[in-house]
Write a protein that binds this ligand. Structure first.
Ligand code: B1M
Length: 236
């Protein structure tokens, strides 16, 4: 028993003793292994070392999740393991969210964002929401698996400037067109900047369904939201 405990102690890594590069790599491994507590600790250590929250997000968390995605695609990781990794990532994101939000002036406008019907992926959508908050938008996150009625309800309630939709599955991305077509039918499509994103989408798809723009990643979502809002206001 004592030997077992000793072996465990030896295996445990003191994250605070690692260099920045070693810690970032260790966090990629910890994300891969779904170790939420370690991700929370690593995130806090990097912040204490003066890392910018955006750099922690991109270098430690997003990069780690990219590796998880490749091995999930290649059948090396399976759904339960990826869920653990996603849960670990959320632990880090919970710390970063308020910090990213702090950096912006809260006057840019309002955005409603959600993952479309049939789709429960929310990590990318949450990132975009966080980055938008960081850029100064007020963000209303309507969550996952949203039928068009949820978007309409949020529009009525919050009167946003931007509607953001996320889809990670080839089977759910067509639903974005259902939402946009409904806005057209109701004569309100032009009231909003409509932005779409998610790994299986591309620019051509965004155009084909009538969105204002496809956003490759959260950083592009910020730039696009800012520039299209500015253009819309200038035109008005
Ligand atoms: Co799923 N999954 N998954 N999954 N999953 C993918 C998407 C997949 C590509 C994996 C693979 O096979 N390589 C594949 C889709 C294949 C396809 O459709 N062609 C897939 C599959 C098949 C499935 C299931 C069907 C698996 C199954 O049950 N057999 C199932 C579907 C469930 C459902 O939705 N109905 C499923 C389930 C899951 C989990 C629940 C286990 C988990 C989700 C946990 C969660 O989100 N809370 C999960 C995960 C984690 C993934 C991968 C590994 C990672 C996704 C992710 O979070 N990436 C993913 C593989 C991959 O994408 N490489 C995969 C990190 C995130 C930061 O990136 O989401 O792309 P991303 O977001 C980016 C940009 O795309 C963009 O900005 C973000 C930040 O830079 N963006 C936007 C995203 N949304 C935006 C909205 C905008 C703007 C930009 O609005 C303006």
């Amino acid at each position: 028993m004592t030997d077992e405990v000793d072996a465990q102690d030896e295996d445990e890594i003191d994250l605070a003793s690692l260099s920045d590069d070693e810690l970032t790599e260790q966090m990629h491994d910890d994300l891969y292994d779904g170790l939420r507590d370690e991700i929370v600790e690593g995130t806090n250590i990097l912040l204490e070392r003066g890392w910018d929250p955006g750099k922690v997000l991109n270098d430690a968390l997003v990069e780690g999740m990219r590796i998880v995605g490749i091995d999930f695609r290649d059948g090396i990781l399976f759904v339960p393991e990826v869920l653990l990794a996603a849960n670990a990532m959320k632990g880090g994101m919970a710390i970063l969210r308020p910090l990213l939000a702090e950096t912006g002036a809260p006057t840019l406008g309002k955005a409603v964002i959600g993952t479309v019907k049939g789709d429960i992926h929310d990590i990318g959508k949450n990132l975009v929401g966080m980055m938008w908050e960081g850029a100064g938008l007020e963000v209303i996150d309507i969550g996952i698996n949203n039928p068009v009625e949820n978007y309409l309800k949020a529009i009525e309630e919050h009167k946003p400037d931007i509607i953001g939709m996320s889809a990670l599955l080839t089977t759910t991305m067509p639903y974005m067109k259902v939402v946009i077509d409904t806005l057209i039918e109701k004569g309100i499509r032009e009231d909003f900047v409509v932005l779409v994103g998610g790994a299986p989408l591309n620019e051509e798809f965004g155009k084909a369904i009538g969105a204002d723009a496809y956003c490759r990643d959260a950083a592009v979502a910020v730039e696009t939201a800012k520039s299209l809002l500015a253009a819309k206001r200038a035109a008005a």
